[in-house]
Design a protein around this ligand. Structure first.
Ligand code: ATP
Ligand code: AH0
Length: 369
C-alpha cells in the first residue's frame, strides 16, 4: 500500500503515432500535482515499429500480438530502468485495438504489454490496464487524461474555463472549469476524442514515400485543402455524436482513399485542415466557449495545423508550454497521476469523460515479488 501524502510516480505513454515511449515523473497525492520531475523518451526502432504496425487492429491471441507485447515490454523496461526514483509506475501500454461501441464484435479495448512482467523486471508496483474496467462498465475507455488536465489547470492557477487539446495520432480534448472544487463535480469537465489528428498525415507521408512526418507542416503549407473532400470527411456521423465518444486510430481510414487523386501537398493540406476542422466541430459540444485552447502532443509542432486551428476555433490557441506545462510529456505525466489515483482508490473516469454510468477507478495493480 502507498503511504498517505504525495508520492513520486512515473507514467508512460506509447501513443497511436507508434513513434516511441514517453516516460515522466510526477509528485502527487492523487488529487493535486505538487511537482513535475524528470522525463525521457525511447524511440522504437524501424523493426519494432513494423512489429507494432503489423499488430494494429488485433486482439489478444491473434497473430502478431505477442510479438508486439514483447516489443512494448522491452522498450518500457529499458526506459523505466533509468527513472526508478519513482515509487510507483503507471504503464499505459500500446493500444492495438479499441472498439468500445462493439462495432466489430464484443465491446472491448486492447493495450499490449503486461504490467505484471514490468513489475517483476523493475521491482516496483505497476498500475496498468487502465481502460478495460471502464469499457466493461459501459464507458468508452477513453480519453483518460481529463482528470489530469483538470489538475494541470489547478496547478497552473487558471480561473476561467479552458480547453486542453492533445494532438497525437488521434486528437482528444478536455473542456474544464477550474473554478470547480474537483473534476468529479458536475459541470467540471467534459472530454472526448475530436477525430483523427496526426496518424492519417503520417500514413500519407509513408504511403507516398515522403518520410514519416510532415515536419512543421511544410508540405501542407505548400498545398491547398480540397474543400469538397473536407466537407465529405466532416459529414462522418462521428461529429454528430454527443460526447463522450472515442475513436480507434484507423476508424476514418476508409474515407481517406479519396485523397488518391490529389498531389502530395494538397493531400497533406486536406488532412491538416480536417484535423483542425474536427476540433472546431468538437467546440459545438462544449457547455460554454473556453477562454483559450491549449495544445499538447506532437501536432502542436505542426505550424500548418496550428494556423488551421487558430482560424477555425474562434478562441486564442497556444501550446501548453504557455501554462508552464510540457506538451511532449503531458500524456506520460497523466499516467503517473492516474496510477496514484488508482493506488489510492480514487476514480479515474466519469460519466462526462468516458460516458461510463458512474465514477470508475480502472486499472490493475501488479506488485513485484
Ligand atoms: N516537428 C513536428 N512537425 C510536425 N508534426 C510533428 C512534429 N513533431 C511531432 N509531430 C507529429 O506528432 C506525432 C507524435 O505526436 P504524439 O507523440 O503526441 O502522439 P502519440 O502520443 O503517439 O499519439 P496519441 O496521443 O494519439 O496516443 C508525430 O507522429 C507527428 O505526426
Ligand atoms: C484507446 C486509446 O488508446 N486512445 C488514445 C488515443 O490517443 C489519443 C486519443 O486516442 C485518446 O483517447 C487516447 O489516449 C489518451 C492518452 C487518453 O486516453 O486520454
Amino acid at each position: 500500500m502507498l503511504k498517505p501524502g504525495p508520492v513520486w510516480a512515473v507514467g508512460t505513454m506509447s501513443g497511436t503515432s507508434l513513434d516511441g515511449v514517453d516516460a515522466a515523473l510526477v509528485l502527487t497525492d492523487g488529487t493535486r500535482i505538487l511537482d513535475f520531475g524528470r522525463a525521457d523518451y525511447r524511440p522504437y526502432s524501424e523493426a519494432e515499429r513494423e512489429t507494432l504496425r503489423a499488430a494494429l487492429g488485433r486482439w489478444p491471441g491473434e497473430p502478431g500480438v505477442e510479438a508486439a507485447a514483447e516489443v512494448v515490454e522491452t522498450a518500457h523496461a529499458e526506459l523505466l530502468s533509468t527513472l526508478l526514483e519513482a515509487r510507483l509506475v503507471g504503464f499505459h501500454g500500446q493500444t492495438l485495438a479499441h472498439d468500445p461501441d462493439g462495432r466489430q464484435g464484443p465491446r472491448r479495448t486492447h493495450q499490449a504489454g503486461s504490467g505484471t512482467v514490468l513489475a517483476e523486471v523493475l521491482g516496483r508496483p505497476v498500475v496498468w490496464d487502465f481502460r478495460s474496467m471502464d469499457v466493461e462498465l459501459g464507458g468508452q475507455g477513453a480519453p483518460l487524461v481529463p482528470f489530469f488536465h483538470f489538475a494541470c489547470a489547478k496547478w497552473a492557477g487558471l480561473t476561467a474555463p479552458v480547453a486542453i487539446l492533445n494532438l497525437g495520432g488521434v486528437g482528444n480534448v478536455t473542456w474544464l472549469d477550474p473554478r470547480a472544487p474537483g473534476p468529479e463535480v458536475p459541470g467540471a469537465v467534459l472530454a472526448f476524442d475530436t477525430g483523427p489528428a496526426n496518424a492519417p498525415l503520417n500514413d500519407l507521408m509513408r504511403a507516398r514515400g515522403l518520410g514519416e512526418v510532415d515536419e512543421g507542416g511544410a508540405l501542407a503549407r505548400a498545398g491547398r485543402a480540397d474543400e469538397g473532400l473536407l466537407a465529405r470527411f466532416l459529414a462522418h456521423p462521428y461529429f454528430l455524436r454527443i460526447p463522450p465518444k472515442s475513436l480507434d486510430r484507423n476508424d476514418f481510414n476508409p474515407l481517406f482513399a479519396a485523397l488518391e487523386g490529389l498531389c502530395d501537398a494538397d493531400a497533406a493540406a486536406t488532412l491538416t485542415a480536417f484535423a483542425a476542422a474536427a476540433v472546431a466541430r468538437g467546440f459545438e459540444h462544449f457547455p460554454s466557449p473556453p477562454s483559450a485552447l491549449y495544445v499538447a502532443g506532437g501536432g502542436r509542432l505542426n505550424e500548418a495545423l496550428m494556423v488551421e486551428l487558430a482560424a477555425r476555433v474562434g478562441v486564442p490557441v497556444a501550446p501548453v508550454e504557455d501554462l508552464g506545462l510540457d506538451g511532449d510529456m503531458l500524456e506520460a505525466q497523466a499516467f503517473a497521476y492516474l496510477a496514484v489515483r488508482v493506488a489510492r482508490g480514487l476514480p479515474t473516469t466519469a460519466p462526462t469523460t468516458t460516458g461510463v454510468a458512474a465514477f470508475v477507478g480502472g486499472g490493475q495493480i501488479s506488485q513485484p515479488d
